[in-house]
Design a protein around this ligand. Structure first.
Ligand SMILES: Nc1ncnc2c1ncn2[C@@H]1O[C@H](COP(=O)(O)OP(=O)(O)O)[C@@H](O)[C@H]1O
Ligand SMILES: [Mg+2]
Length: 330
């Protein structure tokens, strides 16, 4: 157990199980006492306590600390946020980090979540404001890629296919049963998968926010602009940076997401293939199934590949993929 974790358990000891991480934060930040913070939703593993002028993020439960992955992710999030704020990106400045416990404070930014802003219930966005928002997201993405997050991001890429998986995917894709199903149900998907496989070795990695949705972007109705980007727990370097755009499409209406993609392409001159993440997932599955199929009897192998091919057209949101394929007008 690392020193900081030992210290955390010690600090946590007097507390009843779920009687709150807030106590611990207040031990270290007594100046925040009496503010009655609002707790903004629960993300994957954390709480965000909204005080008068600061927001403090902390892990959800003490037993999170049994999980090294969560600890690492949390520490990574803090460092990334510090680095981005230091580079003048629209990211809240980190105000404090817990000494005995894992938490960090940041400046509270004015604004409502972009999700709410876009819903039209709280504000009515003008065309100009909508355009600014689209441009704001695209430039943030472009700027994020230019920052050197270097050592903060592990070199392993959980999106990457190993050479062995690539080979299996290639075999799986060329299996007659898979070809037949794809040709009948999803011919353009089949072509895209082939192209993805062919281009794979020359792919360049890029940095993504990893959770870029309206809940993690603040819009300030007073200025009519984006006031901050939040939540850097899933920033990563990946060989499929286009994944961010598919994610955006899932979070917004496709027209909005495609406008962001188009603005990003204009700013960076990069060609985005938002469908590539889907291709990856599809081939990933095909590789896994092919691996299984190899160990099965011949007649079962056929069935497994058939199931995989059907999975490619149904499970991996073929609808979303089609939307991603529609190129925005330049
Ligand atoms: N610096 C901040 N200023 C204002 N609101 C914030 C700030 N940080 C977080 N919030 C609010 O808290 C919510 C949760 O924070 P977030 O960092 O997204 O955590 P989670 O990992 O739980 O999604 C955000 O959606 C936002 O509404
Ligand atoms: Mg969030």
């Amino acid at each position: 157990m690392t020193e900081i974790r030992k210290a955390f358990f010690k600090a946590a000891k007097p507390r009843k199980k779920d009687r709150d991480i807030l106590d611990i934060i207040l031990q270290e930040r007594p100046d925040l006492k009496g503010q009655n913070p609002r707790c903004a939703g629960e993300g994957n593993y954390g709480y965000a306590f909204i005080f008068n002028h600061e927001v403090v993020k902390a892990p959800k439960e003490l037993n999170c600390y049994g999980d090294d992955e969560i600890v690492e992710a949390f520490q990574k999030e803090i460092k990334i946020q510090q680095l981005l704020a230091a580079q003048n990106l629209p990211v809240p400045h980190v105000t404090c980090t817990g000494q005995k416990a894992f938490f960090f404070g940041m400046q509270k930014i004015n604004g409502l979540s972009l999700k709410d802003a876009l819903s039209g219930v709280y504000v009515k966005l003008s065309k100009r404001q909508r355009k600014d928002i689209i441009h704001g997201i695209a430039s943030f993405k472009a700027a994020l890629e230019k920052t050197d997050l270097g050592a903060l991001l592990p070199p392993e890429d959980d999106f990457a296919l190993s050479p062995e998986e690539l080979l299996l995917a290639r075999e799986g894709l060329s299996a007659p049963v898979v070809q037949k199903i794809l040709a009948a149900q999803a011919p353009d998907f089949s072509l895209a998968l082939q192209k993805f496989l062919d281009d794979y070795p020359s792919r360049q990695p890029g940095i993504i926010h990893g959770d870029l949705h309206g809940g993690n972007i603040l819009f300030d109705p007073k200025t009519g602009k984006i006031s901050a980007f939040l939540d850097f727990g899933r920033v990563k370097r990946t060989i499929i940076p286009d994944a961010e755009f598919l994610h955006l499409q899932e979070c917004y209406d496709p027209a909005f997401a495609l406008a962001v993609q188009s603005a990003y392409q204009k700013i960076t001159g990069k060609d985005v293939q938002a469908g590539s993440y889907l291709c990856l997932k599809a081939l990933d599955m095909l590789a896994a199934r092919t691996g299984i199929a190899r160990r099965e009897k011949a007649e079962d192998a056929e069935n497994i590949l058939k199931a995989a091919a059907e999975g490619l057209v149904s499970k991996y949101h073929y609808g979303a993929y089609r939307t991603a394929l529609m190129k925005p007008s330049p």
